[in-house]
Write a protein that binds this ligand. Structure first.
Ligand code: DAT
Ligand code: MG
Length: 155
């Protein structure tokens, strides 16, 4: 297909607060309706060490310890989604890191209030997406299939 040269994968996780608040379905719905393609998913409680690795870039921030503890305190819904330019498009769908700065219509702008309970993670760059996908998923956890929507989403 033409126009599909910049197909990317990104790592998305519904955080423990999003899971507890019953927002997995709403988040998956938005990603599906945009036209993105789900290639891997699992429901798990991550270890604190795993979250420290995931957020390693933030290790010098004052909130790093609390963030990693919180992220490992309950279940997360971890997913890999695929689409053209998806890393950037999902970041736009998330809104800002602080829900208070997020526009209505964005996931954080519609569904949460506080920076420490912002319900969803999405990779910020293609390089970090590759790292995070590799940290969370093994090669055999991916499902390869063709979406019947593909010719209607991409020219
Ligand atoms: P994002 O999740 O938008 O990529 P980030 O990578 O800068 O944001 O930070 C990771 C998470 O850490 C973020 O989703 C919520 C938390 N966090 C960021 N800044 C914070 C702050 N100033 N106080 C408390 N938690 C913060
Ligand atoms: Mg980030």
């Amino acid at each position: 297909l033409a126009g599909t040269g910049d197909m990317e994968r990104t790592f998305i996780a519904v955080k423990p607060d999003g899971v507890q608040r019953g927002l997995c379905g709403e988040i998956i719905k938005r990603l599906e309706q945009r036209g993105f393609h789900l290639v891997a998913a699992k429901f798990l409680q991550a270890s604190e060490d795993h979250m420290k690795q995931h957020y390693l870039d933030l290790k010098d921030m004052p909130f790093y310890g609390g963030l990693c503890k919180y992220m490992s305190s309950g279940p997360v819904f971890a997913m890999v989604w695929e689409g053209q330019n998806i890393v950037k498009l999902v970041r736009m769908m998330l809104g800002e890191t602080n829900p208070a700065d997020s526009k209505p219509g964005s996931i954080r702008g519609d569904l949460c209030i506080n920076i420490g309970r912002n319900i969803i993670h999405g990779s910020d760059t293609l390089e970090n997406a590759k790292k995070e996908v590799g940290l969370w998923f093994k090669p055999e956890e991916f499902v390869n299939y063709t979406s019947c929507f593909q010719p209607y989403l991409y020219e």
